[in-house]
Ligand binder design. Structure first.
Ligand code: WQD
Length: 341
């Protein structure tokens, strides 16, 4: 059975990817510092798959800890690297925390992989590298625009670090997956998005408002140059996103990659506005949401969605779930987590 290290594997996207890895016959080893997730996620993975992954609580930004941990692990077929801080707003107020953690973790992993001759890396990147693109939908060849947050900049710099490292060696292959907006939860509602404190992202804010935890959803701006004035994003069900990782990993493990460093957009190829998300949530759940329009949120872009033709062709991964499926799954997770019947 091929062994895969998943860093950040108790996180939102990491845990859903571990489920799909196990379902695809891989053995999963999770490394996480639990700074933004809980150990109970392992129980959720076990409830879904029947397997509780091997787990190491490690600060990957610490080179010694990382090396010591990897030294105990052998015959790894690949590493999927999710572990990073990802709150855009926090990264603006604490840039060094983000550069230190996100870049040192990646550098330690690359150095350790080289030392152990593990050669397949999947990196969790983001559509934030495109900024506000001139031309939509964005393709993998769309220009990379200077990020407007340290978080987004760590993703851009990380891609460059991987690219330069790969060009210096024969023994490393990597794929960066540029996520659009991951939403929703596993259909079992045993795992899902678990923001600590007040959610930054739209969908957890919606489900917490519906659950009565938040009083009212604020819609940040309806004066954008879009059909209904609210901002547009490409919302992809987290399970579809997780499955794209299996496709990317298989591409490397089976030596189907065309070059040693490849980049793919992982989205649905469809843009939805904030109001369309709200209206779809109300439709699929039957719940009327309490919201008000407020000013734009600083740093937000107006609209982005993916051209998925290149990733669909090369990864043979196509999204199966709709916006409604994702929003209903997010609500089912919220209800189960809060014991709401
Ligand atoms: C979506 C839309 C908000 C909250 C972030 C990260 C990005 C990626 C995806 C990791 C925007 C609006 C939001 C609210 C609102 N993550 N909104 N009220 O900002 O597109 O991207 O998640 O890779 O890196 O930056 O996602 O969910 O915060 O916002 O009106 O309470 O919803 O203005 O238009 P975003 P988001």
């Amino acid at each position: 059975m091929k062994k895969i290290i998943v860093t950040g594997g108790t996180g939102y996207i990491g845990s859903h990817t571990c489920v799909e890895l196990i379902n695809s016959g891989f053995e999963v080893i999770i490394i996480d510092d639990l700074s933004n997730s809980t150990i109970e996620v392992l129980d959720g993975i076990k409830k879904i798959t029947g397997i509780k992954p091997e787990f190491y609580k490690i600060d990957l930004a610490n080179a010694k800890e990382t090396l010591r941990c990897f030294d105990t692990i052998n015959n790894i077929s690949g590493v999927i690297h999710f572990a990073a801080y990802k709150a855009v707003g926090e990264s603006v107020s604490l840039p060094l925390k983000y550069y230190k953690n996100n870049l040192n973790s990646l550098i330690n992993i690359l150095e350790t992989m080289q030392g152990k001759s593990f050669k397949n890396l999947i990196f969790s990147s983001s559509c934030t590298v495109y900024g506000q693109a001139e031309k939509l939908p964005v393709t993998e060849q769309s220009p990379i625009i200077k990020a407007d947050s340290p978080y987004g900049n760590t993703k851009q710099i990380s891609e460059e670090i991987i690219y330069d490292t790969i060009n210096s060696t024969e023994n490393l292959k990597a794929i960066s997956l540029r996520y659009f907006n991951p939403i929703g939860a596993h259909e079992s509602a045993e795992i899902g998005e678990l923001p600590i404190g007040e959610p930054n992202n739209l969908v957890p804010y919606i489900t917490q408002t519906a659950a009565g935890i938040r009083k009212q959803l604020r819609i940040f701006g309806n004066d954008y140059n879009t059909p209904d004035g609210t901002a547009i994003r490409d919302y992809i069900h987290v399970t579809d996103l997780a499955k794209a990782h299996i496709s990317a990993l298989s591409r490397l493990v089976n030596n189907e990659n065309k070059t040693n460093y490849e980049v793919f957009n992982i989205g649905t190829g469809k843009g939805d506005s904030v109001l369309e998300v709200v209206n779809t949530f109300e439709k699929v759940t039957g719940i009327k949401l309490n919201y008000k329009i407020v000013n734009r949120r600083p740093g937000d872009i107006e609209q982005i969605w993916a051209d998925t033709s290149y990733s669909e062709k090369n990864l043979r991964s196509k999204t199966e779930k709709s916006l409604g499926d994702a929003l209903l799954s997010a609500w089912n997770w919220e209800k189960k987590y809060r014991n709401i019947t």
